[in-house]
Design a protein around this ligand. Structure first.
Ligand code: PHE
Length: 442
């Protein structure tokens, strides 16, 4: 369960959420996002848990066990393909985090900078052809090291310690951020919805963010659930993961937006650089009077963010590694090397799309944006529809009830079963489906 939470909490919460919320109007986006989390993404997560634990196999293998000969395995292949794509571009941002961490460690204490400097520093760094690629390669190699040794033991152990630490430091920063001059404006932006700004694009982005932040739709969690013990209770686990993940995202919003409205020269619509420009400013402002403290807090925060990114990237790597290892009977090591090599190559392409390959676009998107679009707004919702439909309509009712610990015939269990099956069969697939089709037609 902790490993699943580790997969969910990551750059999606602290980097992608503020960036998407900023670009899509703030509070209205957040409301739609919350609905998507609980009505759509959570059922998909439960579905993945059921599929993974009942089959005890990787993303593709699970469908071969549960529905042999049927086309549902496509869902598993969507997972493997998305695993490659998402790890490639996620590592770009994780690489930036690594770069910033190293920089924060070695930078002089009294390194004051205003927002324009910070923005320029970010742009210079990400558009460099060499440094971000090196950071990205290092990050993927670290991921590789953990994955090739086997996920089950390592992550659990340190998720237990790191997650509360990350949350604690986020809360401290949130309190400081609330003392900044732009606090009221920032909170208003985040919590006071203006529905006139909502269009289909905002809804699609909110749904994409809900899926991305919970790591659902691409069988990451099904792969993890194949390692769950029989005692793990799936419904409370899914619910807890959703709650923890949502809290982290909202706290990240509470840190970023008051700060954005307190600095001249940064817009909420800044895009992928938002957090990297604003956070150093927050550190500087909150702890600037005590440089040592500023140094400690920023390094600690960087390190925790990096580790949160690592627990997510491990889960992305694991989908494809588990598939290759179990299907082609090659060693775990060799399977992991294949994934690593492919992702480093694709990752460098994504990284260069912030610099020298910026002009290469597909349908108006850079390669980095294209990968993000394909994963969050295409494969994840599509996988989500397929997973819910499979669990709701194709799997044996009894097996699903057993997995969900709802097998007795008490009224309460029957009521819960009805509700969950309503979500699996109707609400989630139709809801996600309508938004998805609308997106394709627009
Ligand atoms: N949920 C992770 C995050 O918020 C990202 C992720 C996406 C992890 C897809 C695994 C699969 O950072």
């Amino acid at each position: 369960m902790l490993a699943a939470a580790g997969s969910a909490v990551g750059l999606g919460n602290i980097w992608r959420f503020p960036c998407e919320a900023g670009a899509n109007g703030g509070a209205a986006f957040m409301l739609i996002y919350l609905c998507c989390i609980f009505l759509f993404a959570m059922p998909v997560m439960l579905g993945e848990f059921v599929i993974g634990r009942s089959s005890r196999a990787n993303s593709v293998g699970s469908y071969r066990v549960l529905a042999p000969g049927k086309p549902w395995v496509i869902t598993g292949f969507i997972g493997v393909l998305s695993g490659f794509l998402v790890l490639s571009y996620y590592s770009v941002v994780a690489g930036w985090t690594l770069g910033y961490t190293v920089r924060d460690i070695i930078k002089p204490f009294a390194d004051e900078a205003d927002a324009t400097d910070l923005a320029a520093r970010f742009t210079n760094f990400v558009s460099d052809p060499l440094l971000p690629s090196l950071c990205l390669i290092t990050f993927i190699l670290i991921t590789h090291l953990v994955v090739s040794r086997g996920v089950e033991k390592g992550i659990e152990r340190y998720s237990k310690l790191l997650m509360p630490m990350l949350l604690a430091i986020l809360l401290v920063l949130a309190v400081f951020s609330l003392t900044m001059p732009g606090a009221t404006q920032g909170l208003k932006f985040l919590f006071n919805p203006d529905f006139s700004k909502v269009d289909i694009y905002v809804i699609i982005s909110a749904m994409g963010q809900a899926f991305f932040t919970l790591s659902v739709g691409i069988s990451v969690l099904a792969t993890y659930a194949s390692y769950f013990s029989q005692q793990t209770r799936l419904i409370p686990s899914a619910f807890n993961v959703c709650i923890i993940d949502t809290i982290v995202a909202i706290v990240a919003g509470i840190i970023i937006f008051p700060a954005v409205f307190s600095v001249q020269g940064v817009e909420v619509t800044e895009g992928p650089g938002l957090v990297f420009i604003v956070l150093p400013y927050v550190f500087q402002n909150c702890f600037g009077s005590t440089p040592v403290l500023c140094w400690i807090v920023s390094v600690l925060f960087d390190a925790l963010l990096l580790l949160a990114a690592l627990t997510s990237s491990i889960s992305m790597h694991e989908i494809s590694t588990a598939y290759i290892h179990e299907t082609y009977h090659v060693s775990r090591q060799r399977a992991a090397w294949t994934v690593t090599a492919v992702c480093i190559s694709l990752g460098i392409v994504c990284s260069l799309s912030f610099g020298i390959w910026n002009a290469i676009t597909v349908a108006g998107m850079t390669i980095f944006e294209l990968f993000d679009y394909l994963v969050a707004k295409f494969f994840m919702p599509l996988g989500g529809i397929l997973i819910c439909t499979f669990v709701g309509w194709d799997m044996k009712h009894k097996l699903v009830r057993e997995q969900l610990s709802l097998a007795t015939d008490t009224i309460i269990h029957r009521l819960q079963t009805h509700t969950i099956f309503f979500l699996f069969r109707w609400l989630a697939p139709l809801g996600i489906g309508i938004i998805f089709v609308y997106e394709l037609l627009k």
